[in-house]
Design a protein around this ligand. Structure first.
Ligand SMILES: [Zn+2]
Ligand SMILES: [Zn+2]
Ligand SMILES: [Zn+2]
Length: 484
């Protein structure tokens, strides 16, 4: 790698550092996925070749499992699918996503003589499986997966030792990377990027210098999933590279616990060890220099956690009116006591804005979204992908509510962030560019003649609203690697 190198950090183990100066938006590293599969839960909604979400898909006539946009996607996927297709037919059912991915990786490796990539020398053995760190329940799941894998793996394919299978499933478990759909808004599958894994394994600290951006690249034959490692700000030569494994909007103790449980390392970054911004994330409102009594705050904190659980449950059950009711109730209690940067309130605001937008309570939704973005701006670092996505979402909500001035300014802000975090060719950045042009035009019209603007907007809404999302979903992909 010409832009970065692995080095030893005294007392910390391996690290990754820049070998030359870089600027915001520079791509340090890019790699196509070695193999990828669609999640079990979305197998009928997403094309198994290009990972696009499509309302109408065509089923593979042989296995009756794989689904494709059209003939072109089906043909492009055949090389990857043909052994899987026969195996599923013979097995009589479809194994889970981990097993499907493991099998695809082995078929690829067997075909290419065990080489994972041409230009870099990563082998499967070099990747960590963390099986010795696994909790008892996870180990049990792993054993079941191994058992099912052996049942599924065809006799006429090259046979592998149980230890090899176990290692591979362990690697997938801790290095499997979420694949997003064409908009980059939802995780729809899981893939393996072996070189990226090797580099990222050397980055044992959380935070902000880098981000990952996934793009579908059109190659000569088909769409290839590709991942990029991008600089979020200026990086000096020799500076250590760090990346956020989990969303920053957790207090440092929670982040470190998550990192330990899910990625098996102790974060030693400045933000975690010095508890930077923890105070803001738990801040309360001061009235005339006076804070609310401690027991009241404690009670409200516990109440908020309980309500967040309730909201999440109603949301997974698609009980959206219940979600909105609970959010309103919760916010009414939180707003007088908690500061605008309190993460428990921001979580409620995020869900509230998303679900009210879906129910087309657009003005209410815009109000929540605005408060959410105001809070996020004070917490996130400037070029954060989650901040960019949230700002985009808020911009669209304001647009839908006819609040064109705020909408345009938010979309411009989001565009500036995503140019760095996702790059100019990413589909979301392109969407944003189109939205920026459109809102700019509407804003001009609004300034010339508000009446004309509103009547045109109404006509447009009646025709086909500029709706963005079909259903309220978890916002973006905040965690680096997929976890169960
Ligand atoms: Zn497709
Ligand atoms: Zn098939
Ligand atoms: Zn940290």
């Amino acid at each position: 790698m010409e832009n970065m190198e692995v080095f030893d950090v005294p007392g910390k183990g391996r690290g990754l550092r820049a070998t030359k100066e870089m600027w915001a938006g520079d791509v340090l590293f890019a790699e196509p996925s070695f193999a990828a599969v669609v999640f079990d839960s979305l197998a009928e909604q997403v094309c198994h070749n290009c990972f696009r979400r499509q309302p109408k898909l065509h089923r593979c006539g042989q296995c009756k499992f794989a689904q494709y946009c059209n003939r072109t996607c089906q043909r492009a996927a055949w090389e990857e699918h043909k052994q899987e297709c026969a195996a599923i037919k013979a097995y009589g059912k479809v194994p889970n996503e981990n097993i499907r991915l493991a099998a695809r990786i082995l078929w690829c490796l067997d075909k290419d003589g065990g080489v994972m990539s041409d230009n870099q020398l990563t082998s499967l053995d070099a990747l960590e499986n963390h099986i010795s760190d696994m909790l008892e329940d996870d180990l049990k799941d792993l054993k079941i997966d191994i058992h099912n894998f052996l049942d599924y793996w065809p006799h006429n394919s090259r046979q592998h030792k149980v230890e090899e299978i176990s290692h591979l499933l362990g690697v997938i478990n801790c290095n499997g990377f979420s694949m997003s759909d064409q908009r980059g808004l939802n995780a729809v599958g899981v893939g393996l990027f072996p070189n990226l894994c090797l580099y990222v394994a050397a980055i044992k600290v959380l935070v902000f210098v880098l981000s990952f951006s996934q793009t579908a690249v059109n190659t000569l034959f088909h769409t290839q999933r590709r991942i990029e490692l991008r600089a979020l700000g200026k990086i000096s030569a020799g500076e250590e590279l760090t990346v956020a494994y989990v969303d920053f909007l957790n207090v440092s103790a929670d982040r470190r616990r998550l990192l330990k449980e899910q990625y098996f390392f102790d974060c030693t970054c400045k933000h975690c060890t010095e508890h930077i911004k923890d105070d803001l994330m738990m801040a309360v409102k001061e009235v005339d220099g006076k804070k609310p009594p401690e027991d009241e705050v404690k009670e409200l904190t516990e109440y908020s956690l309980k309500m967040l659980e309730k909201i999440e449950k109603a949301r997974t059950e698609a009980n959206y009116h219940e979600v909105v009711k609970t959010c309103r109730e919760c916010l009414e209690k939180q707003e007088p006591v908690l500061a605008d940067t309190h993460i428990y309130m921001l979580r409620v605001l995020s869900t509230a804005s998303e679900v009210t937008a879906y129910l087309q309570f657009t003005e209410e939704s815009a109000g929540y979204a605005r408060k959410m973005v105001d809070g996020y701006m004070k917490l996130y670092y400037p070029n954060n992908a989650a901040l960019g996505m949230a700002t985009m979402r808020a911009g669209v909500t304001h647009w839908q509510a006819g609040l064109i001035e705020v909408a345009h300014s938010m979309i411009c802000k989001a565009y500036a962030i995503l140019m760095v975090t996702h790059g100019p060719t990413h589909p979301i950045t392109k969407d944003l560019e189109a939205m920026r042009t459109q809102t700019e035009m509407e804003l001009r019209l609004f300034h010339q003649n508000e009446y004309v603007y509103h009547s045109m907007r109404e006509a447009a809404l009646k025709n086909q609203p500029m709706s963005m999302r079909a259903e309220p979903v978890e916002e973006g992909i905040k965690n680096l690697f997929r976890r169960k």
